[in-house]
Design a protein around this ligand. Structure first.
Ligand SMILES: Cc1cc2nc3c(=O)[nH]c(=O)nc-3n(C[C@H](O)[C@H](O)[C@H](O)COP(=O)(O)OP(=O)(O)OC[C@H]3O[C@@H](n4cnc5c(N)ncnc54)[C@H](O)[C@@H]3O)c2cc1C
Length: 448
C-alpha cells in the first residue's frame, strides 16, 4: 500500500476498528452515521501527551531486546537526542531463559522487568502505546495514544507467526490453535499458558514443533524439549515429549542436544526430523505432514515466523523476502531511500540468528549509525552482530551448552555467512551458571 492509500484506509475504517479495539465511550459502531463516527479519528489525530522535544527526536518502536538497547545506546551516543520508546506491552517479559522458568528453575521475577526502570535509568521517555501507522512524508508516528513527530524513526517490532505456512488458514481453527496450543515464541501470555499446561499435564504426548526457515531462536525449541522432559522426570509424569522438526536434523548445537536427548531423556523425548507440518486439526489434536498424521494430548505448536505485521502495514516489506521482512540497507539498517527510518531486531531481512544477544549487539551499532547521522556524520564501517546463545539441557544439576558466533559480509554478492563460530556442546554445570549470568548481564544492560 502507498502512504496515501494507507492514510485513506485509516480514515475510512478508523471508526469501526477503533471502536472495537479501544472500547471508546460513545464511539460509533460500524455502520453508524454522523458525528459519533468521528470519535476515534479525534483519538488518532491528536498529539500524544508527551513533553515537548528537547532536541532532535528519535522514536523507537518496540520495547524488545532490540528497541530497549537502541533507546539506551542512542542516549549514550548523544545525550542531546530526545528519545521516545513506544511499546504496546506494559511489562517486559523475557523470552530468553523463559524455558528455564517453565521447568521451575527460576522465578517469574527473573524474567519480568519494568519499562519505567529502563526509561528512568537511561534518560528516555517510555510511551505505553500501540503504533498503528507512520506517515513518512510528514514524519509522524500514529499510535492509539495520539501521534508524535520524529526526526529519526527506528522500527524494532519483532516477529509475528505465519500459521498459513503450516496449512492453518481458517480463522476459527487458527484461534483455537493459538489459544489452546500457543507457540510460546512471542513474549507474554503464551509462556504463562504453557507453564499452566505443564502443571496440569497428567500424562500422554506433549507435542513441541520446530518450524523451517529462519525462525526465532534456533536452539529454543530443543532447549524447551529438554526443560519439559526434565519437568516430567522431576514430577514423575508418565508422558513423552514429541518433538516434530521440519528440518532434516537439529539446526544448531546438534551434538550437544542429541547427547542430552539420548543420555538424559531416553524414552521421554521422541525426536522426529523432516516433519514439515502441512495441516493441524486443533479440535481432534492431530498434526499432519505430507506423509504422516500424528496425535497429541497437549502441547505448544510453533508455526513458521515472519517479520512483524507492522512492517507490512507500513509498506516496508522486501518483496523478495519469503518471511516478509523489511527492505533495508543490509549493512546500515535504513529503509532503502530513507535515511530517517531504520529497521532492526528480528524484523531485519539479514540471515542472522533471530536472537536476543544478536539484537542487543546489533542495537548498539544501529544507535551509533543514527546518532552519527543526526549529527551530520556517517558510519562507514559495517560491524557484525554477535550471537551468543546458551541452552540449558539439564535441570538437576543445571547444565548447558552454548554457541558464540559473528558474521562475515561478502560485498561481491551482498551475502552473509557465519564467522568465528565457537561451539561448546559438552554440557557442563559451569555453562549452566553462565546461562544465568548471561541473562542477568543483558537485563542489566537494557534496564540498568
Ligand atoms: C522461548 C525463547 C527462548 C529464547 N532464548 C534465547 C536465548 O537463550 N538467547 C538469545 O539470545 N535469544 C533467545 N531468544 C530469542 C529472542 O527472544 C529474540 O530474538 C529477541 O526477543 C528479538 O528481539 P526484538 O526486539 O527484535 O523482538 P521482541 O523482543 O519480540 O520485541 C518486539 C517488541 O515490539 C513490540 N511491538 C510490536 N508491534 C508493535 C506496535 N505496533 N506498537 C508497539 N509495540 C509493538 C512487541 O510488543 C515487542 O515487545 C529466545 C526466544 C524465545 C521465544
Amino acid at each position: 500500500m502507498t502512504d496515501m492509500k494507507r492514510r485513506d484506509f485509516l480514515k475510512l475504517t478508523g471508526a469501526g476498528a477503533a471502536a472495537g479495539t479501544l472500547g471508546l465511550a460513545g464511539a460509533a459502531l460500524p455502520g453508524a452515521a454522523g458525528a459519533a463516527r468521528r470519535a476515534p479519528l479525534v483519538v488518532l489525530d491528536r498529539p500524544a501527551d508527551l513533553p515537548r522535544p528537547k532536541g532532535q527526536r528519535v522514536v523507537v518502536v518496540g520495547g524488545g531486546w532490540s528497541g530497549l538497547t537502541i533507546a539506551k545506546y542512542l542516549k549514550k551516543e548523544d545525550p542531546k537526542l530526545d528519545v521516545v520508546l513506544i511499546e504496546r506491552r506494559a511489562l517486559f517479559l523475557s523470552c530468553p531463559v523463559s524455558n528455564l522458568w517453565l521447568a521451575d528453575l527460576i522465578d517469574l521475577e527473573f524474567i519480568a522487568h519494568s519499562y519505567l526502570d529502563a526509561a528512568r535509568h537511561n534518560g528516555y521517555l517510555f510511551l505505553n502505546a500501540t503504533v498503528v501507522d507512520v506517515d513518512r512524508d510528514s514524519r509522524r508516528v500514529y499510535t492509539d495514544q495520539g501521534h508524535l513527530r520524529y526526526d529519526f524513526l527506528v522500527l524494532a517490532p519483532g516477529i509475528d507467526y505465519d500459521y498459513e505456512a503450516i496449512g492453518v488458514t481458517d480463522p476459527a481453527e487458527r484461534f483455537h490453535l493459538q489459544t489452546n496450543y500457543p507457540a510460546g515464541f512471542i513474549p507474554g501470555s503464551e509462556h504463562l499458558s504453557i507453564r499452566n499446561k505443564l502443571e496440569d499435564f497428567e500424562g500422554g504426548t506433549f507435542l513441541l514443533t520446530v518450524p523451517s526457515g529462519n525462525y526465532r531462536c534456533l536452539p529454543g525449541p530443543y532447549e524447551r524439549a529438554c526443560m519439559v522432559a526434565s519437568w516430567f522426570k522431576r514430577e514423575g509424569i508418565k508422558g513423552k515429549v514429541l518433538l516434530l522438526d521440519a528440518n532434516p536434523d537439529i539446526t544448531i548445537k546438534k551434538d550437544g542436544f542429541h547427547a542430552a536427548f539420548d543420555e538424559l531423556y531416553k524414552g521421554i523425548i521422541e525426536y522426529v526430523p523432516s516433519f514439515e507440518i502441512t495441516g493441524v486439526d486443533p479440535y481432534r489434536r492431530k498434526v499432519r505432514s505430507e506423509f504422516a498424521e500424528v496425535d497429541f494430548d497437549d502441547g505448544a505448536i510453533y508455526p513458521r515466523v515472519r517479520g512483524a505485521r507492522l512492517i507490512e502495514m507500513l509498506g516496508l516489506v522486501d518483496p523478495k523476502s519469503p518471511q516478509k521482512e523489511a527492505r533495508i540497507d543490509v549493512r546500515f539498517y535504513n529503509v532503502i531511500g530513507d535515511r530517517r527510518v531504520y529497521v532492526a531486531g528480528d524484523s531485519r531481512p539479514m540471515p542472522f540468528s533471530k536472537s536476543g544477544n544478536t539484537a542487543n549487539s546489533e542495537g548498539k551499532f544501529v544507535a551509533k549509525i543514527v546518532a552519527a547521522r543526526a549529527n551530520g556524520r556517517d558510519v562507514r564501517e559495517w560491524q557484525s552482530p554477535h550471537t551468543v546463545c546458551y541452552s540449558m539441557v539439564n535441570a538437576d544439576p543445571m547444565e548447558a551448552i552454548s554457541v558464540d558466533a559473528y558474521y562475515a559480509y561478502n560485498p561481491k554478492d551482498g551475502s552473509f555467512r557465519f564467522d568465528r563460530v565457537k561451539l561448546f556442546e559438552q554440557r557442563s554445570p559451569d555453562r549452566g551458571q553462565a546461562t544465568l549470568e548471561w541473562a542477568r548481564g543483558l537485563y542489566r544492560d537494557m534496564f540498568g
